[in-house]
Structure formats: C-alpha cells, structure tokens
Design a protein around this ligand. Structure first.
Ligand code: CO8
Length: 258
C-alpha cells in the first residue's frame, strides 16, 4: 500500500502504520486521517494480519489536529460539512488489536488518537497533553471522555484545564500507558508485543477486545453476561480445540489462521 502521509511495514502478521508528516510534527490533517482509516480497515479485513501497530516519529506521535488547516474553519464547515471530524473514528471500527507506540508529543488530537488504540507503549521521551484550551477549542475526539475514564476525573480535569503536558513516567503512573521503554527500544518492544498478540488466535483476541470495550459502555452485570456469551461461543472455535488439546498433549499450540 502506498500513501502520502503514512509509511507501512508488514512483518510476522503485524502491520506497522507510521504517521509521516515530519515537518508538521505529524499534525493530523484530512488526508492523513483518510489514509489512516483506509489502511486500518484494510488490515482489519486481511487474514494475514493479527495485530496493528500505530506509531509516529521519534519527535512526535502527533502534535494534534492540523491547526493550519482548521484555523479559518467556520461553524458550518465543522458541523454541516463535518470538516475535521468526519474521518477521525475509523480506528474504532477496527476489531483486531491496535497497539499504539508513542514517542515524543502526543498532544490534543494526537493524544485522543492514541487513546483510541487498545493500549499504549510509550518511549521515555513521550509527552501527553490536551492543550486545546490554549487554541480556543475543546477536545473533539473524545479527550474529555476517554481521559477521565483512563486516568480519573482529578487528573483529567488538571490536564484539560491547565493544558499541562505530562511525561511518560507520569503517564504510566496514572494508567494512561501500559509500559514505558527506552526511546531507542520503542519499536522493538512494541513489535515484540504485537507479534505475541498476532501469534495468538485472532478470533479470540477480537472477542477479548470486544468484551473489554463493552466494559466502558454497560453495567457490570450486563458486561459479565456479555463476556459469558463470548466465553461459551469460544467453544465453537477451532482455537479452543487447538489450545486445550495442545496443552493436554504437552505441545505448543498452532493458531495459524485461527
Ligand atoms: N498543527 C499544525 N502544525 C503544527 C502543529 C499542529 N497541531 N504542531 C506543530 N506544528 C508545526 C509547527 O507549526 C511548525 O511548523 P513550521 O516549522 O512550519 O513553523 C512545526 O510543526 C514544528 O513545530 P514547532 O516549531 O512549534 O516545534 P517545537 O518543538 O518548538 O514545539 C510543540 C513543539 C510544543 C508540539 C508545538 O509545536 C505545539 O505546541 N504544537 C501545537 C500543539 C497543540 O496545540 N495541539 C492541539 C491542537 S488542537 C487539536 O488537536 C484538536 C483536536 C480535535 C480533533 C477533533 C476530531 C473529531
């Protein structure tokens, strides 16, 4: 696949998508978001891919939505035409795991895009923040909603209202990222995690992702009932037969194509 604002690399059932507008610190514009949606949905439908990694550059995952592109937008542009917002949430339609690898700035829409990944591995150089208030807008891609769910109201209000940027250590301490690794090991460590996931049965990884996301949309009782149904459904998959019989036969399971 050839894109103007993305670099794609595929290895061992893992698709690596790199945001690539280095001169603008990967500011997210319409073309990049269109391309990102296209790539994500193609990999989601590709049987040879078991996990997707989304990353940026050493300096920036993404420094936000493209301020140069949107500075003169009007309300009809944003509301009626749907400029900025119309192509931001394709990532939420991806059913396979998406791991974010964040180095440098993940600000504003960049932080929001990162939070739409299933989990984040951060370089020790990573910086997260929601500075939209400084450019006169609210977050628009879930910052006020996903941030408090991820890190709690107090921390979220602090970041959203002061526009303070936090470093990777604080992001890990408050639960925004799952791991912090040295910057020069970010891709290696993230690809290793992604390859581990891709070697698992993709059907079950998709079920787990679905269940965890359900936890944010429903009551505990309904969420556990939903999980129970998928647990029961797992007994209808070849992955369950292979996984359990491999264990009993004291051999490694082969989840290829499962
Ligand atoms: N948009 C456009 N261009 C940008 C952006 C951006 N968000 N961020 C950086 N750039 C450009 C700069 O203009 C500069 O370009 P040039 O060289 O042509 O002048 C280049 O990238 C390098 O930037 P700096 O010279 O500023 O680099 P520094 O290292 O000095 O500073 C910072 C780095 C701190 C990241 C700084 O660039 C900065 O503060 N950027 C803006 C951060 C920001 O405010 N982000 C939030 C934007 S609003 C938003 O994201 C709303 C999301 C809503 C999504 C809704 C979807 C539904």
């Amino acid at each position: 696949m050839q894109y103007e604002d993305l670099i794609i690399d595929i290895q061992d059932k893992v698709a690596l998508i790199r945001l690539n507008r280095p001169k603008a610190l990967n500011a997210l514009n319409d073309n990049m978001m269109n391309e990102l949606g296209d790539a994500l949905l193609k990999f989601d439908a590709d049987d040879n891919i078991g996990c997707i990694v989304l990353t940026g550059s050493e300096k920036a995952f993404a420094a936000g939505a493209d301020i140069a592109a949107m500075a003169d937008y009007t309300y009809p542009d944003t509301f009626t035409q749907g400029y900025i917002s119309r192509n931001w949430e394709h990532i939420l339609r991806v059913r396979k795991p998406v791991v974010g690898a964040v180095a440098g700035y993940a600000l504003g829409g960049g932080c929001e895009l990162a939070m739409m990944c299933d989990f984040l591995i951060a370089a020790d150089s990573a910086k997260f923040g929601q500075p939209e208030i400084k450019v006169g807008v609210t977050p628009g891609a879930g910052g006020t909603q996903r941030l408090p769910r991820a890190i709690g109201k107090a921390k979220a209000m602090d970041l959203l209202l002061t526009a303070r940027t936090i470093d990777a250590a604080e992001a890990e301490r408050i639960g925004l990222v799952s791991r912090v690794v040295p910057a020069d090991k970010l891709l290696e460590e993230t690809l290793a995690a992604a390859k581990t996931i891709a070697a698992m049965p993709t059907s079950v990884a998709m079920m787990i992702k679905d269940c965890v996301n359900r936890a944010f949309e429903t009551t505990l009782t309904d969420g556990v009932a939903y999980e129970r149904r998928l647990f029961q459904a797992a007994f209808g998959t070849p992955a369950q037969k292979e996984g359990m019989h491999a264990f009993l036969e004291k051999r490694l399971p082969n989840f290829d194509g499962l």
